[in-house]
Design a protein around this ligand. Structure first.
Ligand SMILES: *Cc1c(COP(=O)(O)O)cnc(C)c1O
Length: 387
């Protein structure tokens, strides 16, 4: 699991630099005569761009903000429909509602991500964008989904809140679509406490996003900030220097985090793969996931629940599945009036395939630091549950 496990001296060093070198300037813009060339948010954006082999990155205040900024940059709003998947975090749908667009959710398939066939069925003349989510680090079927979006001339956004650093066909998750968004909240692969990032394919869209997340400021180099040029309104979703500093240190640990995840996931899988009663969730060909979780299917929801109970008794938690879908499954979101209305006010009936899959899924969190005894404990717990 996440970068919070290894927060330490490197993050502290970066934070101290803001004071030791940069005279305590905490704002990403201006104050050039005081800050002694210390620009943590800018440096974080540049380092992120280099890592992900992209030219255009924008740091923002959260992963939710990143989604909202993405929709604004694509000028999506009233009368537009945006399609995402039924299994995601509420934030994905909230960003669509905040943009004033109509949120539509698809079924998931055995990757536990967007089902491309259901996506095709749900596209209408009003569909302007698709937000595909790489839930719990598992790549979605991007080849198929990108083809559909290209053919139908629909923007593709990747919610890569999970999956930062994961790949599909040697291409980083978040760089397949027009925009990739990332979250650095405290439970995510790398963390800045709160924070987010966007990656863009096109400079024009990046420019729109950069202005919109900063009240419309175009950061015209020829003008002082208080006389800055502008061509639209916007909002404030800026990242602060404190977050940027922590992000720089965390990003330098991303390779280590992911290789630890992959190694620990493999240790667990090697221990349990001989159990016939479990099936690993599917992954598109060419996946090299960030390994945030190990997810498998069992025969029915009773067995899934008993897996959870046995795992807990053995001191191992589960992660979201099977029990904690309250915040992660659209069928449960009657509290979101706009979402409910766009699904005939019958959300609970809308996603039978997703519901069936999720009810018999078990998700085991993968940590950077793992006690040697964990794989065998997991094996014993599962064996007890399935027999
Ligand atoms: C965490 C998460 C977000 C939101 O990120 P925050 O930084 O917490 O705002 C968005 N989408 C998904 C799928 C997430 O898991």
């Amino acid at each position: 699991m996440p970068g919070y496990e290894i927060i330490g001296q490197e993050e502290q060093f970066q934070l101290n630099e803001i004071f030791n070198k940069g005279n305590g300037v905490l704002f990403r813009h201006g104050f050039d005569n005081i800050r002694n060339n210390s620009y943590k948010v800018q440096d974080f954006e540049k380092a992120f761009a280099k890592y992900f082999k992209s030219n255009f990155t924008l740091a923002v205040s959260s992963g939710t903000a990143a989604l909202r900024v993405a929709l604004a940059a694509l000028q999506i709003g009233k009368n537009d429909e945006v399609i995402t998947q039924s299994f995601t975090f509420v934030a994905t749908v909230e960003s669509i509602i905040e943009a004033g667009a109509k949120p539509i959710c698809t079924e998931i398939d055995d990757t536990l991500n967007m089902d491309p066939e259901d996506l095709l069925l749900k596209i209408t003349d009003k569909t302007k964008a698709v937000i595909v989510v790489h839930m719990l680090g598992n790549p979605a079927r991007m080849r198929e989904i990108k083809n559909i979006c290209d053919k139908k001339n629909i923007y593709l956004i990747e919610d890569t809140a999970w999956g930062c650093g994961g790949m599909l066909e040697n291409k980083y998750l978040g760089t397949w679509g027009d925009i990739g968004t990332y979250s650095f909240d405290f439970a995510k692969t790398i963390t800045t406490g709160e924070g987010g990032m966007l990656i863009f394919k096109e400079e024009k869209i990046f420019n729109k996003a950069a202005a919109w997340h900063d009240h419309g400021h175009e950061n015209n180099p020829k003008l002082p900030r208080w006389e800055d040029s502008r061509s639209s309104s916007g909002f404030n979703y800026r990242m602060s220097e404190l977050q940027g500093a922590v992000g720089l240190a965390q990003l330098s640990k991303l390779d280590y985090i992911i290789s630890s995840h992959r190694m620990n996931k493999k240790k667990i899988w090697d221990e349990i793969k001989s159990i016939n009663a479990i099936d690993l969730r599917s992954m598109p060909e060419g996946s090299n996931e960030s390994a945030e979780a190990l997810i498998f299917f069992v025969e029915n929801s009773e067995i899934a629940k008993s897996c959870r109970d046995e795992l807990l008794i053995n001191g191992v938690g589960t992660k979201i599945l099977p029990e904690a879908i309250t915040w992660h499954f659209a069928a449960k979101w009657d509290h979101m009036k706009e979402l409910s209305e766009s699904h005939n006010n019958k959300l609970y009936k809308q996603f039978p395939n997703s519901s069936e899959l999720l009810s018999r899924s078990v998700s085991i969190p993968i940590n950077i630091k793992m006690n040697k005894s964990i794989p065998i404990k997991i094996k014993n717990a599962i064996l007890k549950a399935v027999n």
